[in-house]
Write a protein that binds this ligand. Structure first.
Ligand SMILES: Nc1ncnc2c1ncn2[C@@H]1O[C@H](COP(=O)(O)OP(=O)(O)OP(=O)(O)O)[C@@H](O)[C@H]1O
Ligand SMILES: [Mg+2]
Length: 348
């Protein structure tokens, strides 16, 4: 048996001779293409920063169905927006803390987290953590404490508005040139008080839909809830974006689901579709997004495309005032008093 050094040298020699024989054709090899794509993602902001939105966009990523790609989409869209030059805050609102894990942010018990801002007296500024993915990306982690928040919040005044107020306070405390362009909120797979807080806090909803048979089940209930929130608690909320996830091009079913979603929802469905890609599912295990874990993978480039579309759609939005004027009654405070039937936090 030859020694490993020898094997390496002979393999390098073989590569060299084949590349000099292959010439330019080598740049078309799958590995060269992947390297090119990876370079583009890693040096994103130098090349083509995404356009900043016309106002701060607070995007609630919701679908009460479990495992459809809410967290994966929140994290990877967040990292893509940040790498392409936009200041982004990811708020993990799921006691599972998956978004915190995927961004490599500590979320063991005792870590200052979204729980302290929702149930306790902390400001969001006190519980925001930096991430290693990008200096533009910050994260509010969720610890397991949040599991009790649904119950603890029941007795809290204006409980549906806790997150909205926290975000407003956070934005108001920052100088204008440091405010986030995007706030992405990762919801748990339920329609309880946490998701309700996220729907009241957001100005738009992004729904990830998995290209699978049961994908559309339960969607009606989510849309009804969003309607109720719009009527009673947050007049500005609307579904702005649908993202097709875990698309498997080998199955007819994936195409059927994608067609059905596009026929039903029209333009709000992003053209970019996220393929089922093993690198996407491996990345969180390394505390990373797929963009940093394997930037040239199809999962990474498709999230970049989805984020680019999201950003392009945000350049012409009508303004919303998100700063809090102390003592002033906001439209939301009025809506809060007039909100019948939301007392159990489950109905809306
Ligand atoms: N494009 C993809 N390709 C392969 N695996 C994926 C992809 N997107 C998500 N996954 C995997 O599918 C699982 C569910 O994804 P994710 O956690 O993002 O869903 P979720 O909607 O946030 O789930 P939950 O409802 O539990 O919060 C995870 O293991 C994730 O790694
Ligand atoms: Mg999740």
């Amino acid at each position: 048996m030859t020694d490993p050094g020898e094997r390496l040298r002979s393999s390098l020699a073989a590569d060299q001779s084949s590349s000099s024989a292959g010439g330019l054709a080598d740049f078309d090899s799958p590995i060269a293409m992947e390297a090119l794509r990876a370079t583009r993602v890693l040096h994103a902001a130098d090349q083509e920063p995404f356009p900043a939105p016309s106002r701060i966009r607070v995007v609630t990523v919701a679908n009460q169905k479990g495992g459809v790609g809410k967290t994966t989409s929140t994290v990877n869209l967040g990292v893509a927006l940040a790498l392409y030059g936009l200041r982004t805050l990811v708020i993990d609102l799921d006691p599972q803390g998956n978004a915190s894990t995927a961004l490599g942010v500590d979320h063991t018990v005792g870590t200052p987290s979204v729980y302290d801002a929702l149930v306790g007296d902390s400001t969001l500024t006190e519980v925001v953590h930096p991430t290693t993915a990008s200096p533009n990306l910050h994260c509010v982690p969720a610890t397991i404490d949040l599991a009790g928040a649904e119950i603890e919040l029941v007795s809290v005044v204006a409980r549906e508005y806790r997150l909205r107020r926290a975000i407003e306070g956070y934005i108001a405390a920052l100088p204008e040139d440091q405010r986030p362009h995007y706030v992405l909120i990762d919801c748990p797979p339920s329609l309880g008080l946490l998701t309700l807080n996220a729907l009241v806090a957001g100005d738009e909803v992004l729904i990830p839909i998995q290209c699978e048979y049961y994908a559309l089940e339960g969607l009606g209930q989510l849309l009804n809830n969003i309607d109720l929130v719009r009527q009673h608690l947050n007049p500005g909320i609307a579904v702005s974006t649908i993202l097709l996830t875990m698309y498997d091009g080998r199955t007819k079913l994936a195409d059927q689901v994608a067609d059905e979603v596009r026929n039903h929802f029209g333009d709000i469905v992003l053209d970019a579709v996220i393929p089922r890609n093993v690198r996407v599912s491996e990345a969180p295990g390394y505390g990373q997004s797929v963009l940093t874990y394997d930037p040239g993978s199809r999962g990474s480039t498709s999230y970049v495309e989805a984020a680019r579309e999201l950003a392009r759609r945000g350049v012409d939005l009508p303004p919303i005032d998100r700063t809090v004027t102390p003592g002033a009654a906001t439209a939301f405070a009025v809506a809060e008093q007039a909100a019948p039937g939301t007392q159990d936090g489950q109905q809306a």
